[in-house]
Structures are given as C-alpha cells and as structure tokens.
Design a binder for this molecule. Sequence first.
Ligand SMILES: Cc1cc2nc3c(=O)[nH]c(=O)nc-3n(C[C@H](O)[C@H](O)[C@H](O)COP(=O)(O)OP(=O)(O)OC[C@H]3O[C@@H](n4cnc5c(N)ncnc54)[C@H](O)[C@@H]3O)c2cc1C
Length: 290
Amino acid sequence: MKHFEYFSAHSAEEAVALLQKYSPDALPIAGGTELLVRMKQNLIHPKVLVDITHVPEFQGIALTEDGLRIGSLVTHAEVAASPLVRQYAPAVAAASGSVGAVQTRNLGTLGGNLVSCVPSIDSAPALLVLEAQAVVFGVNGRRQFPLTELFVGPRCSSLTPAELLEAVIIPRHNLGKPACFSKFGRRKALTIALVNAAACVETNPERTHFSQVRLALGAVAPTPIRAYTAEAYLAGKPVAQEVLLEAGRLAAEDAKPIDDFRASAEYRRHLIGVLTRRVIEGALAGMPKV
Ligand SMILES: Cc1cc2nc3c(=O)[nH]c(=O)nc-3n(C[C@H](O)[C@H](O)[C@H](O)COP(=O)(O)OP(=O)(O)OC[C@H]3O[C@@H](n4cnc5c(N)ncnc54)[C@H](O)[C@@H]3O)c2cc1C
C-alpha cells in the first residue's frame, strides 16, 4: 500500500471541506472493508483519506416524518439487528444480514456498500423496491434524490468528489409493505451474489391478483436495476405460477448479465427467473392472513 495522509472529520462540513481541499486525491473512508482491500491490491492510490466515522449527522436509525432514515454510517450488523428496520423494512434487514461474515458486517457500512456501486451490492435491491431516497451532503448543503440515481456504472456513483452520502430514507408510504430479499451465490454463506433480488408486492384484498409489484435485481447489469418490464406485466395479473414464470422470463430480459469467472450470463438469466419467483412468493408469504 502506498503512503497516504489521514484526517478524521468530526462534522459533515469538516469532512466535505477536507475532501474539497484535497480533491481529486482524497477519498472518504467509512468501515474500510472495500476501500482498504482495493488500496492493498494497488488498484487505487488515494493520497488522502478522510475518516468520516465520527460524523454525527451520518449515524443512527430513526423513524421521522419522511419515513425510516438510516444513516450512511450504520453498519450492516446494526441494520440487520435494528428493531425499527426489522419491523418496517425486514427485507432491508435481511439484505444487510447476508453481507459477508460477521467481521465485515460489524465494520462495513450501508453507505459504503451503496456508494461503492459494485453491481452485486446486497443492500441495493431491497432499498430500490421500497423506493428509498438518497440524502447527500456537499459544499452546497443537502440534496435528496431517488436512490436509483446514485448508481451510474460499475464502481461509479453520481456523487461529486466532495459529496458524501448522509443517509437513505425509506418513504413512510412504503413502510411495512410486504417485501422479500434473496441472494444466490456459489455457496450458502460468506458469498458474493451471482444474482440478488428483492420484490415489494401489493395485491387486491382477496390476494387473487397483483395490483403492484416492484422488482429489483443485482449482479445482472452494470448497476443494480429495477425490472420495469416484469413489473408492468405483473400489474393486474392473477397470483399464479405461470404468471411468476413469465415475470421471471421478462425480468431476465430487463437485465444485461455478463459472463465472468463466477458464472455465465446464461446461468445468471436462469437465476433471475428462479429468484424473481422466490422473492415474489416470499413477499406474498409475509402478508398477514386474509
Ligand atoms: C471479505 C469481504 C466480504 C464481503 N462480502 C460482501 C457481501 O456479501 N455483500 C456485499 O454487498 N458486499 C460485500 N463486501 C463489500 C463491503 O464489505 C461492503 O460493500 C461494505 O458495506 C462497504 O462499506 P464500508 O463502510 O467498509 O466502505 P468503505 O470501504 O469505507 O468505502 C467504500 C467506498 O465508498 C466510499 N464511501 C464510504 N462511505 C461513504 C459515504 N458515506 N459517502 C460517500 N462515499 C462513501 C469510499 O470512499 C469507498 O470508495 C465484502 C467485503 C469483504 C472484504
């Protein structure tokens, strides 16, 4: 690893000022589980690291007027164990609970996961189907936008070099909606997703027909994606196996999987079908009995 300077910021303003002062040679560091690996592998060589772990504005999980706010510095272990997240967005808790091993979950943050913009990040699909918003802090103050706009490409976010992800907010109208996350890797634990997926499902009161389904996928395109064609197809369709099969086929068309050393594009397309059915069925199973 090459020499670098280290600063510890104690407010959002201080962190942003340091990043701006040393731009483009500075990067923020949270848990470091992604960043330090890449530095040790000589893939990146920031001259300055700005430690943001002591920035109070980026901490904590709270129910606010807008919805469920999860600070970017909240670790995966905290997300997975949070009574608020488990009550109002259990799919988000499940996604964080599936990240790496306990050591990675204890250090790795939700913000670091999202901003890394690795296509397979596990926290994205569940947040996307709950229509989470990103809250970003920069030199001109705060701005808020749909989380989907954070993802530009592999390892490329829409943040400017002196902007930080402060929090994500799951809007109030989606809290407690039936949603499910699932991940498939080369082994059952401690694994990077070959495909991950989440669905948020609404039906008519009799549970015979879908009224609205949101479906998101990871590791199947340059960024985590919503499967809009499959979603449009599902609206108004009966809750039936053949409908889920067709939704899976359409979701695979929404995706652009690649061949890599983990899996072929063809196998990933097959997995998209399987996981699409699994997350929709999981969300339906989580609904209170009629
Ligand atoms: C062994 C191992 C297993 C893993 N398993 C998984 C897994 O199963 N699933 C998965 O999704 N990921 C996995 N990861 C990846 C990683 O642990 C997670 O993405 C983690 O959440 C990253 O968070 P962090 O706080 O450590 O980020 P850092 O490493 O500190 O930062 C990651 C990137 O985000 C930037 N950044 C961090 N916080 C902010 C912020 N608030 N605003 C702006 N930029 C920011 C940094 O500059 C850096 O570019 C694994 C990593 C390891 C080493």
